[in-house]
Every structure is written in C-alpha cells, then in structure tokens.
Design a binder for this molecule. Structure first.
Ligand code: SF4
Ligand code: MG
Length: 307
C-alpha cells in the first residue's frame, strides 16, 4: 500500500500553502509508518512550533504538539518512560537548529532511540520568513530586507560531531527517497537525524523549489558505504565519520548530496545505560500491589514539601 497526494484530504492540504513541501513529508511519514510495520498505537509523533509542527495532527498515531525548540526533550521523556514506543519528531530548522540547538546537541550525548525528521526550508516560515540557521550567507529571500549576513551551520556535520548515530539528508518532493530513509531510521537503534530540505514556495521559493532541488541535489555515489559494520571497532567508526564529514565539507550550498551519510548501531545507548544501573523505565515498574495499593509510600515526600 502506498499513500499518495490524492489520498490526503482537503484539511490536510489546506493547512499548508499550495505546493508546500510539508505535504510531501507528511506522505513520507505515513508511508514510512506503514512500510516499517510499527504499530500505530505504539507510535508517537512529537513536534515543536512552526508550519512543520502541524504534522502530528494529520497522522493517525499518538501526537504531541509541544513548545518552540522543545520537541527533543519531550520525545526523550516519552521514549525513556516507555521504550516499547516508536518515537518520531517532526520539527523545523528554526525550531531544531535555532532555539532548540542545545537540546539537539545534548540529545546526541544520550543516544536515546528517537528519530528527528527536520523540515529544513532555511527560514522561520510561520513568522513570515526570517533567516534560519541553515540559510546560506548572501542569500536574499522574501522575508529579509538585505541578503543574509550570517554564515549557515551544517546540521549534518554538527550531528555527526555531536554523536548522532544515523545521519541523512533528503528533500521534501522526493517521497520515495524520504520514505526509504525514514524506514531505515525507524529500524535503526539509536538517535537518528534526517535533514529534509523542504520546499517553502511562500518565503523561500528561490532555493527550495522542486526544480532547484533537481538541479542542485545529487544522490550519494552508489558505492558509498555509510554503515559501520563492526559497531565495536573504534577505528571503523572514526573512518566512517570522517568520510561523511569530508563529503559534507567539500559540498557547496548549490551542490549537495542526498542519502544516508553515516550509520552506527552504537550499543552504548541510553536504554542500556539505565539497565546497567539497575533502573527500569516507569512503564516496567510496579506502581501498585494486587490489592490496588501504591507500592511506593509518598507520605514522607509530601511531608517534606509541606510549608
Ligand atoms: Fe509551507 Fe512555507 Fe507556507 Fe509554511 S509558509 S505552510 S513552510 S509554504
Ligand atoms: Mg523553517
């Protein structure tokens, strides 16, 4: 079964501007959930604030529309509380790499099994197109009076350096490539980033149109191998990181690659670290005995809080 544009209802399409790449990402998320075989009842999509972050409203799984820059800690909390859940994040570039960048970096240090799908259109679209951290220097878009004076960050290099264990790039009008990468990310054990270059015809038509993407984005070479085959081999991990970073450093803002850059099933994930300390996730803990009485006596805690 493949869900296509004709399957989206008018409510889903009307929530975004005509031609918005968010609709393509929505299609990919739906197809990825179906193709990966995860249980929709055990799937959660967390979003932040922005055009992108309306997405959980249109997928028939559990959803949380959170605060600006904060979907990552929400998602980590959900996954740690119940490791049986598949936890996805859909948020924007301003949300993730701007106000939320501290969470973006710190999440890599924990390697919680969550998947970030970042809708990256180079602008803060919901607030009328100000430059986001990924807009190239010298770029003039509708919402800024003069060309962008700031140099951009490269979120993929940042992610690899910080410790993300799955790092990929795709674009919003290529539903097949997105879906394939999302399925891989969902099956990956650990924190994953897919930076999705997203069409915003209203505020960044020049650099995010379908024709711009087809002229300036090329798939990684078919011989490129992003996967660390021996997860315990530190030398191989280093080599695979360096080959990805080298390609990314050599890219120009008008000639970039799509595909999977780096994948390492690092066994040192947060779930294992909790188990090593003998800690269970809240969902696994007994909270009452067979008589329905709480197993933890909170009376003393409450007494210490009394004023
Ligand atoms: Fe999409 Fe841009 Fe419109 Fe937002 S402003 S809905 S990102 S086209
Ligand atoms: Mg944006």
């Amino acid at each position: 079964m493949v869900i296509s544009l004709k399957d989206l209802d008018s409510h889903e399409l009307n929530d975004w501007c005509p031609g918005c790449g968010d609709a393509g990402i929505l299609l990919a998320v739906k197809n990825a959930i179906i193709n990966s075989g995860v249980d929709p009842h055990k799937t959660v999509i967390v979003s932040g604030i922005g055009c992108s972050s309306k997405l959980p409203h249109f997928v028939n799984v559990n959803g949380i529309h959170t605060l600006h820059g904060r979907p990552i800690p929400f998602a980590e909390g959900v996954k740690i509380a119940n490791p049986e859940l598949t936890v996805l994040i859909d948020s924007g570039d301003g949300d993730t790499y701007g106000i939320g960048v501290g969470h973006f970096i710190s999440a890599a240090r924990r390697n919680v099994d969550i998947k970030l799908f970042v809708h990256d259109n180079g602008v803060y679209a919901l607030t009328k197109g100000q430059a986001s951290p990924t807009l190239p220097e010298g770029t003039k878009v509708k919402g800024i009076a003069l060309p962008n004076i700031n140099s951009p960050i490269d979120p993929l290099i940042l992610a690899i350096a910080a410790g993300y264990t799955f790092v990929a790039r795709t674009q919003s009008y290529n539903v097949k490539e997105q879906t394939d990468l999302m399925v891989k990310a969902i099956r990956h054990k650990g924190i994953a980033l897919i930076d999705i270059m997203q069409g915003c015809p209203s505020y960044n038509e020049e650099y995010t149109s379908s024709s711009w993407f087809s002229q300036h984005l090329i798939p990684l070479d078919s011989n490129y191998d992003p996967v660390v085959h021996n997860p315990l081999d530190e030398k191989e991990v280093m080599e695979k990181k360096l080959q990805a970073i080298k390609i990314l450093l050599e890219e120009k803002s008008d000639k970039m690659h799509t595909g999977l850059f780096f994948q390492w099933e690092n066994p040192d994930n947060f779930e294992k670290r909790l188990m090593d300390r003998g800690l269970e996730s809240p969902i696994q803990q007994e909270i009452c005995n067979k008589d329905g009485k709480p197993t933890v006596d909170l009376t003393k805690v409450v007494q210490t809080l009394e004023v």
